[in-house]
Design a protein around this ligand. Sequence first.
Ligand code: ADP
Ligand code: MG
Length: 706
Amino acid sequence: MTSFTQKDLLETPIDYLKGVGPKKAELFRQDFNVYTYDDLLHYYPYRHVDKSKIYKISELSEEGTFIQFKGIIRNYSIVGQQRGKRLVATFVDDSGSLELVWFNSIKWIEDLLKQKRDYIIFGKPTRFNGRWNITHPELIDPQNQSDSPIPLAFQPLYYTSEKAKKGGLDSKAISKLMITLITQTKEVIPEILSDEILQSHKLLLRKEALSAIHYPSDNAILSKATTRLKFDELFFTQMRLLKLKLITSKKIKGHHFAIVGAHFNDFYHHHLKFELTNAQKRVIKEIRADMGSGKQMNRLLQGDVGSGKTITALLLMLIAIDNGFQTCLMAPTEILATQHFENISKQLAGMDIKVEFLSGSTKVARRRAIHEQLLNGEIDILIGTHALIEKEVTFKNLGFVVIDEQHRFGVEQRAKLWQKNQTPPHILVMTATPIPRTLSMTLYGDLDLSVIDELPKGRKPIITKHLFEKNRLALYGFMKSQIEAGRQIFVVYPLIEENEKLDLLALMEGYDIIATHFPLPQYAIGLVHGKMKATKKEFEMQRFIKKETQILLSTTVIEVGIDVPNATVMVVENAERFGLSQLHQLRGRVGRGGEQSYCLLVSGNKLSNDSKQRLAAMVNTNDGFEIANIDLELRGPGDIQGTKQSGMLDFKIADLVKDEKLIAYTRQLAQDLLLEDADLALEKNMRIKNHLAKIESHNLWWGLIS
Ligand code: ADP
Ligand code: MG
C-alpha cells in the first residue's frame, strides 16, 4: 500500500499502478504523455467493439460503434477505376439490407464472396446517401471456431505505438490496466460540475462517465459517457476564455465614446451613396454601445467577402473622431492599404478630416512629417500596413484601431497596438476568412463577436463553374463576350512550385497564351505578381481600376480585399491547387457591382478526391460559412490558418466540427454562470471553481494568451 490519501490518489504517479513497472511507466510518460492515474483515466479508447450480440439491420438508427450482423451476400460488383476502384456487395439479413464496400484486397474478397455462405460481418455502419453501409467489414465464418467473438461484450481499443507494444503496452494490456485502475479509483473520482448543471442537463456523474468511456455496458451508456466528457472539455474551455475576457474587461478601462457627432451625421446623410444593410446597421449599433460602455473593446467583425465591412468600419471611425480621438486602419498588403486609403479619401472628400497613408515604402521625409502630424493630432485617420505598429509611430490620442483581414496579423501585433495610448484603444478585427462559428467561439473566444450576415441588396449570386482544359476555347470566347459588354476580368495563377522563379514562369506562360488570344490593340492586359516592385504593382492595379486594361493576370496578390466593381469574371487557373477558403476569397473579388458575375475554376483532368470535393463545394454554394464548415471537415481544425500553435484546439474527445451545438451551448452556459457569479463565490459553484484552479495550475501557457 502506498501512503497516498484518497484526495491524492488520482495524482499518484503511474509507476504505482499494479502491473506497471518502471519500464512501462517510462513508456507511459514518453509515448502517451501519461504521468498519473488521472492522466491514464483520460486516455480514452478510440473505439469499442461490441460483440455482445448479433444486431438486426432494422435496428440501426444512429451511427455508433463496431457491431456485428448475421446474413448472406446477395450480390456484388466491382465499380470505379484506379484509386476509386472498389468492391460493393449487398448484405441482407431477415430484417433488411446494407451495403458493404472494400477498396483494398478486392481480388481476395471476391474469391471469398464466391463461396456464398452465411456470414457474420463486423464493422461500423455509417449512413451515406440515405443508405447504411460498412467500409472494410470483417467477415467471420460462423462455422469457424477460431473466428469466434471475443467474450467481453464491449472491448475498448487504445492507440499505442510500436515501441510501447514491444514494451508490453499493446491495446489489450492497456485495457487490462484500465480495469485495475477503474476499480481502484472510481469511488474517489471527484465531481466537477454543480448539481444544478448535472440535473438540468441530465448528465452522467463524472465517475460513471470516466468508467463507462472505457467499459460501457451498452451503447446507450457509452453515448452518455461521451457526451458528459465532451461537455466537460468544452464547458471548461469556455469558462477559461470567458473568465479571461471578464478579467480583461474589468481591469482595463477603455475610452468612453459618448456621442455620435457632426462628422458621423454629415457623412451618413450627405456622403453615403447607398442605404446600409440591416446587418450593417445592427453591427454599428452593437459596436457603438460597446465603445460607449467605458470598457475597452476587443471585437471580431466577421462578414463574408463583399458584405461591406469597410464602410461599417469607416462609420465607426467617424464616431471616434467625433469624440476627439485619432484612428487607424491597418491592412495586410500594400495594395490593399493603398486601396483603402484612396477609397476612404474619396468618400471623405469635402469633409474636414485628415487622412494619411503610411507603409514601408513611404519616403523618410514624408514619414517624418506624418510622425509629427500624428503627435500634434493633425491626422485623424492613418491608413497603412504593418508599418503602423512600429515603435516610432506614436499618436496624440489614438482611440480606435481597425485591423482588416486579420488572419495575417498575430496576437502579438494586436498587443502592440494596445500600447499606443495610455488607455488602450478599442480594437476591431475584421475578417472574411471563413472561420466557422465553432472555431471562432473557441479560437477568438476572448473577443466579442459581431457578424454581418447579409449582402447589400441587388447583388446577384455569383455563378461558379468548374471547367477543364478542353473547355479553354469556350472560356476565351466567354471572356471576350464579357469584355465586349464592358466588363473586366481577373485571371489568377497559383503558386505551383513554392519556387518564385518557376511560379513566375507559369504566370508568364499564361500571359503569352492570353496575349495571343487577346491581342492588342483590341485588348489590353495587365500583370501583377509578388516579385514586382510596389510602385509597378500599384501602377498596374491603377490601370485596371481605371479600366485601361480589361484583363488582369496575377498570382494571389489580389486574393485579399481588392474592390473593382466593374470586374465580373474571376478565372482561376489550376484551381485544384488552391485551398477552399482561398478560392472563396478569390471569388469574392467579383460580384461587387450590380452585374451578373462569374467564377470560372479551370483544372486539369486528373483530380484527387479532395480537389474534387473542394471544387464541387465552390460550385454548389456561395455561402462563406458553409464553405468554412466544409473546409474544416476536409482539412481538420489543425490546418486552418493560425490555429496550429494555439493549443486551445487540443481536445481529447470533443470535435470542433461535429460538436457545434454543444460548443454553442456550453459557451452560453458559461456566460450565464459568470453573469450570475463572476468570482465563482457561490457555494453551488465550488466544484467548478476548484476544477478551474486545478486546470490553470497545469496550464502555464494560458496566462500568455491575448
Ligand atoms: P468586404 O466586407 O469584403 O470588405 P467591402 O467593404 O469592400 O466588403 O464592400 C464591398 C463593396 O460593396 C464596396 O464596393 C462597397 O462600397 C459596397 N457596399 C458596402 N455596403 C453596401 C451597401 N449597404 N449597399 C451597397 N453597396 C455596399
Ligand atoms: Mg474588405
